[in-house]
Structure formats: C-alpha cells, structure tokens
Ligand binder design. Structure first.
Ligand code: 2AM
Length: 181
C-alpha cells in the first residue's frame, strides 16, 4: 500500500512569509518548512499497483497556470477545539483556476478508481497542528496575522506525493511533478 496526496508546492521565497510563524503558540507543532504545501487532493492509502494508473491520469490534466497569494490565517475545525492552524489563499483571475485544477484532478483520479471528494474544497496551507493550545494565544495570533499577505506567485506545476508516517513525523516523497500549461 502507498499513501498519496496531490499538492501545490510553495516557492521558497514565499515560504519565508509564513515559516516559523506558529512558534509563539504553545502546544503548536509547526509543519517543517520543506513540507509546507497546499493539498489539492488527499488520496490516502491505495494499492501500489494503482500508482501507475494514477500517474497516467494526472499526466493527462491540461489546465493553465495561475497566480496565487497567501492571505489571512485561520483554524480548523471552524467550531470546537482548534486542531489545525492554516494560512489562506487568494487567486487573481475571475475564473478560478485553483478550483478548476482541483476539479480536474478529482475527475482524473475518479477515472483511475479513486473516490470523488465529498467535502467542499477549502484551500489552505497547514502551518501547525494544535494540541490544546491556549485559546488566548490563538486569538492573539489570529488577530495579529489577519492582514497577512504574501507577494503573488505563479503556480506552474502540481505534485503527486507519497507520504510515509513515522514516529518522527511524515516523510513526503515526490512521485511526479506535473507542469501546468
Ligand atoms: P492538510 O493539507 O489540511 O494539512 C498529507 O498528509 C496532506 O494530506 C496533509 O497536508 C493533510 O491535510 C492532507 N490529509 C491528511 N489526512 C487527510 C485526511 N484524512 N483527509 C483529508 N486530507 C488529509
């Protein structure tokens, strides 16, 4: 079995705007800078024999590149105990290429035997996972970073990753990178 997900990589110069941000929050486990990404689709555990079909299906996607900006911060779930601290995104074009890319990926993967996502797509970059962090510290963080905006950057590719869960955390490996048009 192999655990897979599809994501947009964040350029190093853009990561500098967000990495280490959650350090001030007690009981927050920051995502290592080299693992900061925007998940387009979490595939989960699949038979290794499916990997070739998945790679082929993703290779047939033909959608245009687009501009993205990191903007604002928030927590998941929206109600209840916050578990995930995230940075939001904004797209430049009227036609939302980010949502279109996500739709195309879901469609391509469905053809390869992967179930379609039922949950609404909420684009975000997970900054840290929270384990009962004090609400006051979270509120201060959210208020202090509400106006966060990175420079615009061009999304020119998306990536199929495999993820190995280890006691020391996840190890993400690039399986294939796909250029956008
Ligand atoms: P995230 O983007 O909200 O952090 C690799 O594990 C990526 O897949 C993570 O970035 C994570 O979400 C997402 N992911 C992990 N487990 C998931 C699950 N059960 N359902 C949806 N997405 C998941």
């Amino acid at each position: 079995m192999v655990r897979l997900f599809v994501a947009i990589d964040i350029p190093d110069n853009i990561k500098t705007y967000i990495q280490g941000m959650a350090r001030a929050i007690p009981k927050a486990r920051s995502v290592p800078p080299d693992q900061l990404h925007l998940t387009l689709k979490f595939i989960g555990e699949v038979e290794s024999s499916l990997l070739l079909d998945i790679r082929d299906a993703l290779g047939r996607i033909n959608t245009p590149r687009f501009s993205l900006q990191l903007k604002g911060v928030g927590t998941f779930p929206p109600r209840g105990i916050p578990r995930v601290l995230w940075v939001g995104t904004k797209t430049m074009e009227n036609k939302d290429h980010l949502f279109d890319l996500r739709k195309q990926i879901d469609k391509a993967l469905f053809a390869a035997g992967i179930t379609k996502e039922k949950k609404k797509f909420s684009p975000h970059i997970t900054l840290a996972r929270l384990n009962n962090s004090p609400i006051k510290a979270l509120q201060n963080f959210l208020a202090g970073n509400a106006l966060l905006e990175s420079p615009w950057f061009e999304v020119t590719s998306f990536t199929l990753y495999s993820s190995q869960l280890t006691p020391k955390g996840a190890i993400h490996t690039v399986e294939e990178r796909y250029r956008l048009r």
